[in-house]
Write a new protein. Sequence first.
Length: 247
Amino acid sequence: MERESDANRLSGFIFFLLVIGGLVFGAIKVQAWLQDEQQLPVQRIIFSGERKVLEDAQMEASIRASQKGSFFALDVNEVHLLLEDMPWVYRASVRKRWPSSLHIYLIEQVPVASWNDDLLLNTQGEVFDGGKVSAGLPKLFGPGGSEKTALAGFNAMQSLLSETGLSIDELFLSERFAWRVKLNNGIKLNIGRQQFIDRLQSFIDIFPLLKAQNKAINYIDLRYDIGLAVGWQKNDEKVQEITDNND
């Protein structure tokens, strides 16, 4: 009886091992099947959202190169990071949809200015490397870290100029946060650090009088508490009122 009992326990133990082994083997097979792209491929990658620069074919090729497994193995977080690492992608949303598609909604970067002649600024004042800088964008220059300040100043000044028919082609923000701009008519404005909106308004108020002089203006220095200085292009004659308290 004792030998029979030992044999039964041994048989039970062997059976248990076989069951465990079968489960492990089955799990491995299922995992391999789920990973096998040939069994459950991602058949469609569908992009949505307004796009002017981003190319769907290039993005899909990048996704498929980095995610070689099946629909179940595809990691949406990795795809999300991959897309948002692309310079022209501002935001991306990635979702799987059963049984075999990947849906991606994209917000593309909107460049509003070039920055220091080699990068672009988006609407939030964030820099990104968008490749060749568009010739139609205003040019902003400034020290590193001043991007948001420069764009905010540009927007404020451009809004003030909007009713005059003038616009800013180039804006310079110095390390001391003094402003200089070049307008689309070629006039350069030296505005300084303080009260730049009030000083720009002074230029707008007096500009019709200056135009009536029928002389080509090179620059206008607005860094005075009262008045301004004008440099003419032809004979470099300077008209100046108050010359103290400038910055």
